[in-house]
Design a protein. Structure first.
Length: 612
């Protein structure tokens, strides 16, 4: 292949970038990034926190000597902030002219043929993401009252996103993803991380650095840690330990207790404190000098996805014995390792009845709960926090964008202008309450109930501003979680796994309990979600209760005796929507879309489901 005149081979560019910007390793990733940028392709860099996505993107852009405009993703970021806005005093003086327009980063990048770098793109609201589409596709955007902005040669969008973040993220639209080339980054190998820490800190003690790197890497596969620490934590731990003195083990322990708690995230169900876990890790994986002067350290466990069987168990906790015992109940030998936990969850009721050694049951339950939550997160995909838009007069400490039109109206005709005449537009977290009502009659089983509840629990955890209640019903309804009660998702899922599907179906009593829970919440937006086949065999016709809901969604599980006409009527009276699904695997995304609708309604436009 012929290289265009004036351009060097990619391998030479990669070495120059590494030397100029101090990047260690990443040869393959740099080569791919350069290939994309040289081809004028927009690039999306994806990976967990702390793997160097921003460093790589900035290095490539600066190496190519392109102007560089950076935007940090945030759910409060507005379309106006990205494209630009009019200055109210200049509008009053000169009207809506180009001179009164203050260009935003995308406008500046297009006009100057520059790189627009968006850090954590999937934290941006969907409206802001949509502004990028015409710019990336046609090199143009339309600015009201200004006209069309056309991009000069060299305009490019580089973006990063953290796919493992649990909160405040949204799924990029198919149209937007189609405009990007994808570069995936993961944690670097141990030797690279040691070299990074040594280079960034200037510390020459390789024994200290190697010990700390092993310790930090061990956090990424620990069963009680949801999100492990990055190489940044290793740098901080090394610097602190170096300052604290020559006693290696003690210094590392003290430094780790300062550097790691803010950089790791524990699983909700763990009973240990973060400091207890750090002590265990220091004891297991921190190298130290023996009397003979040798270095001993235990290798951290193989890092596995957080939802696999291996991630939550060790051979010492009875898992091996459990799997051997399950051979008579579930054919574990034919099941792929990454499906083992989910298979145990699906057969949990059967395992509970037939397992002879009851001391192994808590292990089976723990594996099942972890597998259900992991599967839930896979089925849910990324989501974003519910936000609402508010407009208020300016006051000290109040942040947001100036609403130009409303502010101009306030200023017209006034001789004396006060700061409170400025109207500030901002986005704030939107408080919502949700009650999930689950049919636990003979047509439902424990793992299905647990999957649905894990879905809502995970969503509530991601969205942060959603209070939720769980009601389970057969011939009577029982509140498993109060709307204002703090319960770990793992604990709730475990309780639902132990429920036996049995008895009659009293939809009426479930709706009564659900509306009582919503009435206990002070949230402005309240929604009920009932999952049932609609075939009630106890209580009265539930439609009169459905009409009392501010919003009621009915998810009907199709079966031979399901009653779609009743489910549709309940949803209509509850001013909500009826959704029929074939399997429970469809439930997590339906729940996500329902809560997504709440966010759209706050902006006065239909949600994705309603719009279609």
């Amino acid at each position: 292949m012929n290289i265009p005149a004036g351009e060097k081979p990619l391998t030479e560019d990669v070495r120059e970038i590494q030397n100029k910007f101090g990047i260690i390793g990443r040869e393959n990733e740099l080569r791919k990034a350069l290939a994309a940028v040289r081809s004028s392709k927009h690039l999306l860099i994806e990976g967990p926190v702390g793997v160097g996505k921003t460093v790589l993107a900035e290095a490539v852009a600066k190496y190519l000597r392109r102007p560089f405009y950076r935007v940090d993703g945030d759910e409060r970021y507005t379309e106006q902030k990205l494209t630009g806005w009019f200055d109210p005093p200049l509008v009053i003086k000169n009207g809506y002219s180009k001179d009164a327009f203050l260009p935003g980063p995308i406008t500046l990048a297009m006009e100057n043929g520059a790189v627009l770098f968006i850090n954590e793109l999937n934290r941006m609201p969907e409206g802001v993401q949509n502004v990028l589409l015409p710019a990336m596709d046609e090199g143009k955007i339309d600015v009201p009252k200004i006209g069309t902005i056309t991009a000069r040669n060299g305009f490019l969008v580089l973006s990063t996103q953290n796919p493992r973040e649990f909160i405040a993220t949204s799924l990029l639209s198919e149209a937007l993803r189609d405009r990007f080339e994808l570069l995936t980054l993961d944690y670097q190998n141990e030797n690279d991380e040691v070299a990074i820490v040594q280079t960034r800190t200037g510390i020459s003690d390789l024994q200290l650095i190697g010990s700390v790197v092993k310790l930090v890497r061990a956090t990424r596969g620990h069963p009680d840690i949801r999100r492990g620490a990055s190489v940044r934590a290793a740098m901080s731990t090394c610097v602190l330990a170096f300052q604290m003195g020559p006693d290696g083990r003690t210094s590392i322990r003290e430094a780790a207790h300062m550097a790691l708690p803010t950089r790791i995230e524990l699983n909700e169900e763990t009973r240990k404190t973060v400091h207890e876990i750090i002590d265990e890790l220091v004891e297991e994986y921190s190298a130290y000098k023996s009397d003979a002067g040798k270095i001993f350290s235990r290798e951290p466990p193989e890092q596995t996805p957080s939802g696999t069987l291996a991630a939550g168990t060790h051979a010492s906790d009875g898992t091996v014995n459990l799997l051997e015992t399950l051979g008579d109940i579930v054919d574990v030998k034919t099941i792929p390792r990454d499906e083992m936990g989910w298979n145990i969850a699906q057969h949990y009721s059967q395992i509970k009845r037939q397992l002879k050694d009851k001391t192994l049951l808590p292990i089976a339950k723990k594996i099942a709960v972890k597998a259900i939550i992991y599967r839930t997160l896979q089925l849910l995909g990324p989501t974003r926090r519910l936000m609402e838009q508010v407009r208020e007069p300016y006051a000290p400490g109040r942040t947001g964008e100036i609403d130009v039109e409303m502010t101009t109206e306030e200023l017209l005709g006034k001789r004396d202008i006060d700061a409170s005449d400025l109207i500030i537009e901002s986005k704030v977290p939107k408080k919502a309450a949700c009650v999930l009502m689950l049919d636990a009659s003979l047509s439902m089983s424990g793992d299905k109930l647990a999957l649905a509840t894990a879905s809502l629990g995970a969503l509530a955890y991601k969205l942060k501003s959603v209070d939720y209640s769980v009601v389970v019903f057969d011939n009577i309804a029982r509140v498993m979680k109060q709307v204002d009660q703090k319960v770990a998702v793992e604990s709730l899922v475990g309780d639902l796994l132990d429920i036996h599907a049995m008895g009659l179906t009293n939809v009426e009593d479930s709706l009564k309990k659900g509306i009582q829970q919503l009435n206990h919440s002070t949230a402005k937006d309240k929604v009920g979600i009932i999952i049932t086949d609609g075939n009630y065999t106890a209580g009265k016709d539930p439609t009169h209760i459905a009409a009392q809901y501010p919003k009621l969604f009915v998810i009907m599980i199709k079966s031979h005796d399901s009653r779609p006409e009743l489910c549709e009527r309940m949803a209509a009276l509850g001013k909500g929507r009826f959704v029929a699904v074939d399997t429970f695997d469809e439930v997590p995304r339906v729940l996500r879309n329902i809560l997504r609708d709440l966010a759209y309604r706050s902006y006065g436009r239909p949600g994705p489901q309603e719009a279609s």
